[in-house]
Design a binder for this molecule. Structure first.
Ligand SMILES: Nc1ncnc2c1ncn2[C@@H]1O[C@H](COP(=O)(O)OP(=O)(O)O)[C@@H](O)[C@H]1O
Ligand SMILES: [Mg+2]
Length: 242
């Protein structure tokens, strides 16, 4: 579904991606784990069109997308839940959702149906639909950010650190929601510093270091990998089975 091949990207003279390649098949949940500054957010930004790669190719459903505008990429079926959620705090929950459905703004019926679906995932958003987004708790804002990204009915959702800054119970709820979205057929690329949670919900994972993929395996394989355990899960090497 999505393929990045030898992608390089930079912020002015600061290089961030050094030939990064990865691929995601339809209906997979794939995670990227890596330290702060490894290039995870930058990877998502080149996919959404927020940042142009300087080298390499990006294909979505067989077509090159690296030179398309962000709105065109949303239309093809990619949407993103950004790092830090970035809900519009002085707008209501409903207005935030409407912005997520911007590409279909003239189709009121389509928007209403989609919003209704999102309310079945997140009943709290229905209860709070007229409330300003800035007055929601962190967990509720994360639900809103997920709901807003679902408003374009994406085929592929990119999630940037959805657990960041949330209380443990809210982290659990967020990951449950992500699993439900995946079960309903949406393909997911999940970026997380919470490697344990990410590897629990993902089918496969990539480890990113200094703008490159340094390891790739099934989620189970990565959870068993000594280097991953020490560096990203904060636990000692796996004991030999007796
Ligand atoms: N807006 C920016 N301007 C300059 N450098 C940036 C900017 N955003 C990120 N970087 C740099 O790009 C590299 C990758 O960052 P990022 O993709 O945000 O990492 P991650 O999401 O894995 O923490 C880092 O070295 C970071 O300092
Ligand atoms: Mg980041």
């Amino acid at each position: 579904m999505l393929r990045l091949q030898s992608v390089e990207a930079a912020y002015g003279s600061v290089r961030a991606l050094f030939g990064l390649s990865l691929e995601i098949r339809e209906r997979e949940v794939v995670c990227m784990i890596g330290a702060n500054g490894a290039g995870k957010t930058t990877t998502l930004r080149v996919v959404t069109g927020a940042l142009r790669p300087t080298q390499g190719e990006i294909q979505f459903l067989g077509r090159p997308i690296a030179s398309l505008r962000m709105s065109e990429i949303v239309r093809l079926g990619i949407s993103c839940v950004p790092e830090g959620r970035k809900v519009f705090s002085t707008m209501t929950v409903q207005e935030n959702l409407e912005i997520g459905g911007y590409i279909r703004r003239h189709d009121k019926r389509w928007l209403a149906d989609t919003m209704e679906q999102i309310f079945t995932y997140f009943p709290i958003l229905r209860d709070r639909r007229t409330q300003l987004a800035g007055t929601l708790s962190g967990g509720e804002q994360q639900m809103l950010a997920l709901g807003r990204a679902m408003m374009s009915r994406p085929k592929l959702m990119l999630l940037d650190e959805p657990s960041m800054g949330l209380a443990p119970l809210m982290v659990e709820r967020t990951f449950e929601a992500i699993q439900n979205i995946a079960k309903a057929g949406t393909t997911i690329l999940l970026v997380e510093q919470n490697a344990r949670m990410a590897l629990t919900v993902a089918d496969r994972g990539y480890v990113v270091q200094m703008g490159r993929i340094v390891m790739s395996d099934t989620a189970g394989g990565l959870l068993q990998n000594d280097q991953v355990r020490q560096t990203y899960l904060g636990i000692g090497a796996r004991k030999e089975d007796p």
